[in-house]
Design a protein around this ligand. Structure first.
Ligand SMILES: Nc1ncnc2c1ncn2[C@@H]1O[C@H](COP(=O)(O)OP(=O)(O)OP(=O)(O)O)[C@@H](O)[C@H]1O
Length: 212
């Protein structure tokens, strides 16, 4: 049977892993006593509508909207608030790594409003790297194992979608267009794919673009 677009989308969706990371309140938010409007239980997040006055427990359902995820980061292993970069990496990277090493394309996407921690999660800092540097490091280590005399190239692309506009983070001044291909579906036209011969090359290229 020929595979139609709907079946292809369902197949792709089953391979997507969606996780929630709630960032800790900043010191300013703590000082100004911002309320915590999200609570996580297992892999679900409950959003409190703080405009709704306290209700008895029986009415508690009215105070929440529930969102379910494949994984939700909340407390750290040592029960401190907010998951560490390492925990996020350990949960999210293995499946991606496996696919990449088997020769498949893989896509890592951070979604959230301004200031919610996308850059922190994806890039992190030199002393506490995020998903991309950790993933690049691990991939390169695995590629090199037992093949010390070989050289490798890794091809990557980075894009940012902000206010409905697509920006190529490797060539930031180049505006990109989203197109619909009749067979292959949506795609970004003229999106750069760069090859790198070291993990540092990838991380430096991305850091230089100051993806914000
Ligand atoms: N999990 C976290 N733990 C500690 N600090 C965090 C965490 N996530 C984000 N922060 C801090 O919160 C601030 C905002 O995070 P970040 O810049 O990553 O947000 P963003 O979603 O990329 O924002 P924008 O869309 O505006 O670029 C930064 O100072 C960052 O260090």
């Amino acid at each position: 049977m020929e595979e139609n677009m709907e079946m292809r989308i369902l197949k792709i969706m089953s391979k997507i892993k969606v996780a929630l990371r709630v960032r800790p309140l900043s010191s300013r938010e703590r000082d100004e006593k911002y309320p915590l409007v999200v609570q996580v239980e297992n892999n679900s997040a409950f959003i409190t509508d703080i405009r709704v006055p306290e209700k008895p427990a029986a009415d508690s359902r009215q105070r929440f909207r529930q969102f379910d995820f494949d994984h939700a980061f909340w407390l750290t292993d040592c029960c401190e608030w907010g998951a560490s970069q390492e925990e996020v990496y350990n949960e999210m990277a293995p499946a991606l790594e496996k696919s990449i090493l088997q020769g498949y394309n893989a896509c890592l996407l951070a979604y959230g409003q301004s200031g919610t921690g996308k850059t922190h999660t994806m890039l992190g800092t030199k002393t506490d790297p995020g998903l991309i540097p950790r993933l690049c490091h691990s991939l390169w280590e695995k590629l090199r194992q037992g093949r010390e005399n070989s050289s490798f190239r890794m091809e990557v692309s980075f894009m940012e979608i902000y206010r409905e506009k697509v920006r190529d983070l490797l060539t930031p001044d180049k505006p990109l267009k989203l197109r619909e291909h009749p067979q292959n579906g949506p795609h970004v036209q003229d999106f750069s794919h760069e090859s790198y011969c070291s993990e540092m090359g990838i991380v430096e290229a991305l850091t230089e673009t100051q993806c914000t």
